[in-house]
Design a binder for this molecule. Structure first.
Ligand code: TYD
Ligand code: MG
Length: 461
């Protein structure tokens, strides 16, 4: 039944319907529609008396003001933000529970507190718990008098406090815990999350406050609440990494003020998060690459690029005889579909068959690699494991592989090579188009055109 005054909004895609349905008519997700009062969506109103002339301006008449950036006080955080927090900018940070969102934000606020007024609003913890965490992080309360904290979930009270305190930076941990008494629905419901975020965003834009919202993620890893949340804000950051290891990656997946896919790398210590300035070392496992214990079969070092930063990551493969009719193909940190494609290329163009083998591929250190330039490393790791022959020590590779068996160039080849040389790698197998014009000191370049040529390296080593 459709009722006047309400709409049903999908929490997955943000689409709306006039009546409740089990499946969203827009994105076909199940059980995602929930009731929203039409008033909250901005119902119809009369347009009489709204002068259009005052609304539009010629682009040339608008002064493009330079962005005012404030350092967040944490270098790696600044890096993902594209140089720091922007006045009036809204950042949304998502990530699994316990990954370190609250820790990072408290550390950052404490570092900023010496320069500007900052306010941390927790809807999840009491002020006592926040103070306890601050103590654990080694934040001396006496040295940061302008770090204000509050434990509150009522949106109106938070806004009153913000108007009174006038902070430069406001953190809301988390947006899902807030509720506005003006909306009938329960805290955490789609309409509440959306409305609270909209009100806070408006406040930030009007008063020039940098706003940071913490968002919960669903089981599938997407930010809980409507997708519109991501549209509303200027920057969306995700915390990644495996809670069992101490490394945490913060990735920008939308940024109106900087590059996307920029990566911040942290290590979780007993005194909070510490930025990792040279992350490449993290993603190389202990054997084979640093000279201890000698190289092992099935391991290949990839020079990848994350945002503006080159990163060396070890790709490991294990190929083992399958005892089931459908051999397993498993990828951790890499694209599973791409692995299937690479195995087909390997079979067709290099005559290496894996139809009767289980193939497991892993990117060491819990890092996730999406770029196709990882192809060559995956292929060499798989062949190395299959033949039980280690690749030579000090070898680094990158390059995309096409269906015809050609090795295609990757962006920013020079930077990848320089990073490898810096870390003491001595040989690079790369696409011919990426071969540097000037030699790079200490690095022997093997430029290849086709998969077969690349596998030749394996044979020789
Ligand atoms: P937290 O910031 O509370 O995660 P989130 O806000 O994303 O849910 O992170 C808490 C985890 O970090 C918890 O498992 C304990 C660990 N931790 C440390 O290892 N060292 C520290 O100094 C702190 C404060 C937390
Ligand atoms: Mg938290």
């Amino acid at each position: 039944m459709s009722r006047a005054g309400v709409r049903f909004v999908c929490s997955a895609c943000g689409g709306s319907a006039a009546k409740w349905q089990g499946q969203c008519p827009h994105c076909s997700a199940w059980n995602t529609l929930s009731e929203v009062a039409l008033a909250a969506l901005g119902g119809p109103r009369s347009r009489a008396g709204l002068a259009p002339a005052a609304l539009v301006t010629a682009l040339g008449d608008v002064a493009a003001t330079e962005l005012q950036r404030t350092s967040s006080g944490v270098d790696e955080f600044d890096r993902v933000l594209g140089g720091g927090l922007v006045d009036g900018g809204v950042v949304l940070i998502g990530g699994d529970p316990g990954i370190g969102k609250s820790t990072l934000l408290l550390q950052s606020l404490a570092a900023m507190a010496g320069r500007s007024r900052v306010l941390y609003v927790s809807g999840e913890e009491s002020v006592g718990q926040v103070a306890l965490r601050a103590r654990r992080l080694g934040i001396e309360a006496a040295t940061v008098p302008s770090l204000q904290i509050a434990s509150e979930v009522d949106l109106d009270r938070i806004i009153a406090a913000v108007e009174h305190e006038r902070p430069r930076v406001l953190v809301i941990d988390s947006i899902q815990t807030l509720y506005s008494a003006q909306l009938g629905s329960a805290p955490g419901s789609v309409s509440q999350v959306r409305e609270c975020a909209a009100v806070l965003t408006r406040l930030a834009k009007q008063s020039g406050i940098s706003l940071i919202l913490v968002g919960h993620v669903t089981k599938e890893g997407a930010l809980a609440g409507p997708r519109v949340l991501e549209h509303m804000v200027d920057t969306v950051l995700y915390f990644e990494g495996d809670t069992h290891s101490s490394f945490r990656l913060v990735r920008a997946c939308k940024n109106r003020y900087g590059a996307v896919n920029e990566l911040g790398v942290f290590a979780m210590t007993d005194r909070g998060l510490r930025g990792v300035a040279n992350p490449s070392a993290l993603f190389l496992s202990q054997h084979g690459v640093d000279g201890k214990g000698g190289p092992v079969a099935g391991s290949c070092v990839l020079a990848t690029q994350e945002g503006t930063r080159p990163l060396l990551v070890e790709i490991q493969a294990l190929v083992d005889a399958a005892h089931v009719p459908n051999p397993r193909r498993l990828c951790v940190g890499l694209e599973p579909q791409r692995l299937a494609m690479l195995l087909a290329v390997l079979s067709r163009h290099a005559g290496v068959a894996t139809f009767d083998q289980d193939v497991f591929v892993n990117a060491v250190g819990g890092v996730r690699i999406e770029e196709p330039a990882a192809d060559l490393a995956v292929l060499l790791a798989v062949s190395s494991s299959l033949r039980d022959r280690p690749l030579a020590r000090g070898l680094v590779v990158f390059g995309e592989i096409g269906l015809a068996g050609e090795v295609r160039p990757a962006p920013r080849g020079q930077e990848r090579l320089r990073e490898a040389a810096k870390l003491g790698f001595s040989r690079a197998v790369i696409p011919r188009a990426n071969a540097p014009r000037q030699p790079i000191e200490g690095l022997e370049i093997v430029a290849v055109d086709r998969v077969e040529d690349a596998l030749g390296v394996l044979r020789k080593s």
